[in-house]
Design a protein around this ligand. Structure first.
Ligand code: AGP
Length: 594
């Protein structure tokens, strides 16, 4: 997901402030970055392929002048991650940064080339600068030129324009992709989110879809899709620099793994559900659930709880399939969507389909003021705080906790499960205290190129999540199967070079079934890393090649507790492999494109 920052100010050089903002946006995932500043009636661009450090080197060697500027971190969609394709894109009249996709860019490119404009990049974004430049050449003022260009665009975008004309305002616009206004003292900022604004201001306004904003150093005028000047709420962002710093952790991911006991402790103590949410869930004949990636696995774990405890039929699907198979949904039904960012386009479109089918929309979200928040009837917050690591950890644990709480709220009197949930943070601390043990096991796993994860019941989707964590940050191929399923084919893969991570608490009703599965694997030379409690480890004996004794836990909360060793296994395997745990290759924190 690309990141945008804009500074409209007369105070001090823009370049270092833009760079700081881009550093705060790096968590979104990117493969190139750039800035453009305004000075002496001219635009000054610096762009670099790769990490922000490469851009920082260029700025250190030749910092662009000016107190106003725009910056961008690019996650390539159209055109490779090269310097030439990096934003800002510019002519001598205007520079633009863009997050999203211009669906009609090809037709616009033909039109602009016919008008004599010469394109130099493979990006969709470049059409925007030529549209604005064409409008300026026809005598439009900067605001009219930008607005007319935005009127031509189809697709999802957040854009910011910086004009070479010193008297021109900075112009921003959002359609389907977030853009926020930051209010400083005698200066105004634009950015993709409040994390980027945190070092500049805590007073933030989130634009709504269709909004445009005309920014001078003194003020910002917001214009809605009907062209009317509007006021939007100004929020005080509570995101502190400490929250979006790494503290003494090597990676954000490590910090966020360690924040989980505190996050869950707060969350569990404050778990209250609006009666209207519980009524909607009690009334729906079937609960539709959809999400992507890790959030989809959280949904699948939640469905086990909702069906087994609350007897609520659930239909779970990955959002990118759900939205296109257009399934029939129950009359007066409810649909639940889970998303850390609240901006994942596939999940958003699945939500929109469910709404079109008359479903009550409930979303479990972490990031504030997201598009999904605005399009949901009810929002259940995970309150995990900013999650900067691309691989989700604390947000996932919080999603599971909200789903577990929801199942209990619907099920009624379940004192044992409720007590187990309250006890969970303490057990997580016990696991974290033994991180060194897990790190040693992770280094062993890091020596393999393939591995299997298995679990049964809600620990099956958890095994899927464990395999995703391993894949996405250590780049080791990892597959997950239900314990009872891998003998229907995948067991052919098993030999001594294909280890299996088995999730099997002895307190789980299916432990004996998992024991048989592990024996089947061991009999074929398969090596097993067993995650169980002390009794389970003792029961399995030498069948398990390696083991980690997780504190004994109620089967209800096992999927949340076992998430922790899985996260640590992946994290330390990534360390052993030397990959970037916070910004793994090819990944973005939120996928706002299809
Ligand atoms: C999480 O580790 C992954 N990076 C990814 O699967 C993520 O869960 C997925 O893209 C959904 O994101 P969301 O929760 O912001 O919607």
């Amino acid at each position: 997901m690309c990141g945008i920052i804009g500074i409209m100010s007369d105070k001090g050089p823009a370049a270092p402030r833009l760079l700081e903002g881009l550093t705060r946006l790096a968590y979104r995932g990117y493969d190139s970055a750039g800035v453009a500043t305004l000075a002496g009636g001219a635009l000054h661009r610096r762009r670099a392929e790769g990490k922000i450090a490469a851009l920082a080197e260029k700025l250190a060697a030749d910092s662009p002048p000016g107190t106003r500027g725009i910056g961008h971190t690019r996650w390539a969609t159209h055109g490779g991650p090269t310097e030439i394709n990096a934003h800002p894109h510019a002519t001598d009249k205007v520079a633009v940064v863009h997050n999203g996709i211009i669906e009609n860019h090809a037709a616009l490119r033909v039109e602009m080339e016919a008008a004599g404009h010469v394109f130099t990049t493979q990006t969709d974004t470049e059409v925007i600068v030529h549209l604005v430049t064409e409008n300026l050449s026809r005598g439009m003022d900067p605001r009219a030129a930008a607005f007319a260009a935005l009127d031509r665009l189809e697709g999802a975008y957040a854009v910011v324009f910086l004009f070479a004309d010193e008297g021109a305002p900075m112009i921003g616009g959002r359609c389907g992709t977030p853009l926020a206004v930051g209010w400083g003292e005698g200066e105004v900022f634009l950015a993709s989110d409040s994390y980027a604004l945190a070092p500049l201001t805590s007073r933030v306004t989130f634009l709504e879809d269709g909004d445009r904003v005309v920014v001078t150093a003194q003020e910002a005028q917001i214009v809605d899709c009907a062209g009317s000047t509007v006021e939007r709420p100004v929020r005080t962002s509570t995101i502190s620099a400490a929250q979006i710093g790494k503290g003494d952790h090597k990676h954000f991911m490590h910090k966020e793994i360690h924040e989980q006991p505190a996050v869950l402790g707060e969350l569990i103590n404050g778990l209250v559900f609006e009666p209207a949410v519980l009524e909607a869930l009690a009334a729906t004949p079937r609960l539709t659930m959809a999400a992507c990636g890790t959030a989809a696995y959280a949904c699948r774990v939640g469905a086990y709880w909702l069906e087994s405890l609350a007897r609520l039929p659930c239909a779970v699907d990955i959002a990118s399939e759900f939205r296109y198979r257009t399934p029939p949904l129950p009359e007066k039904g409810a649909a639940l969507f889970v998303s850390q960012s609240g901006e994942t386009l596939d999940t958003l479109e699945a939500l929109r389909y469910a709404r079109s089918q008359g479903q009550t929309i409930i979303s479990i979200l972490n990031t504030i003021e997201s598009t999904m928040e605005r399009e949901s009837d009810y929002v259940l917050r995970t309150h995990a705080g900013p999650e900067i690591g691309v691989a989700s950890t604390k947000a996932t644990a919080a999603q599971l906790t909200v789903l577990a709480g929801l199942a209990l709220a619907l099920a009624g009197d379940r004192p044992d499960e409720a007590a187990a949930l309250r006890h969970l943070p303490a057990l997580m601390v016990e696991v974290l205290e033994r991180e060194t043990e897990i790190a040693g096991l992770a280094r062993v796993l890091a020596g393999f190129t393939h591995m299997l994860y298995i679990g049964r019941g809600p620990l099956y989707p958890l095994a899927c999540e464990g395999s995703l964590k391993m894949k996405e940050i250590s780049y080791i191929h990892a597959e997950a199967y239900a314990g009872g399923e891998f003998k229907h084919g995948p067991i052919a893969l098993i030999d001594e070079d294909f280890p299996t991570v088995a999730l099997a608490p002895s307190t789980d009703p299916l432990f004996d079934k998992m024991r048989s599965n592990m024996e089947e694997l061991a009999a074929r030379g398969g090596k097993i890393l067993l995650l169980s409690d002390a009794d389970g480890v003792a029961a399995m004996g030498k069948t398990a090649t390696w083991s980690f004794a997780v504190p004994e836990v109620h089967p209800f909360t096992a999927p949340i507790l076992y998430l922790l060793p899985l996260q640590l296994l992946a994290y330390h395997a990534a360390l052993a492999k030397g990959t970037d745990a916070d910004q793994p290759r090819n990944l973005a924190k939120s996928v706002t494109v299809e």
